[in-house]
Design a protein around this ligand. Sequence first.
Ligand code: CA
Length: 255
Amino acid sequence: MVHSCSAQFHVRASTGFIVHSRCGEKLFAVRVLIVEDEAKLAGIIRRGMRERGLSADVAATGEDALWMAGATEYGAIVLDVMLPGIDGVETCRRLRADGVWAPVLMLTARGAVRDRIAGLDGGADDYLVKPFAFEELLARLRALVRRAPAERPAVLEVGDLRLDPAGRQVWRGTDEIELPPKEFALLETFMRHPGVALSRFQLLEHAWDGEYENRSNVVDVGVKSLRDRIDRPFGADSIETVRGVGYRLRTAELP
Ligand code: CA
């Protein structure tokens, strides 16, 4: 819903950041991180927010966004998909892996359906197609911030496997399992897509961050190593080979 009030707002200084529009609707009162490499667009968004009494910072790359979100608690993040270096989808995935649960609004190009799906899969909450009206950006953010107080699952659970992305810990039942970084990243990828057949390429993209030799064998070796750690010692068979596709994490153990 795009509200139709004029763009004049009162900031109640005593409480810091309670912002009301002139027609009395309570707006959100948060610090926003804008991740966009196009300086002009980033500047327009930041200025618009500041004019409405919201504080806003700009990060020009995904890498900058990661450290800024690690250092400051943002109430919402506006994240462009097209960024130099790691893109918006990967940035979102890493934010979630780092335990940053601020609502994320992705900015995508018109028609880039794949980006939208990847973004939502990667932990984004909503998306907005460029070009957009500034009022719509605000309306979407406001809706996300309202919804935000619900607790996010910090720990992923599939069957009796649990994985804590922030604490870098994995358990089967009550047994903690030590995993090397690649195996951890692989398992996290599986657990973010339970029951979904993932191709070797998808697994490479998610778990190897693009720093890999382009051989699908790398994934097979990683999956074998993962099975040796999370399945074999427990008599489990949670990672299924999907012929002609890749692998899938079973959502329920076989009887
Ligand atoms: Ca961009």
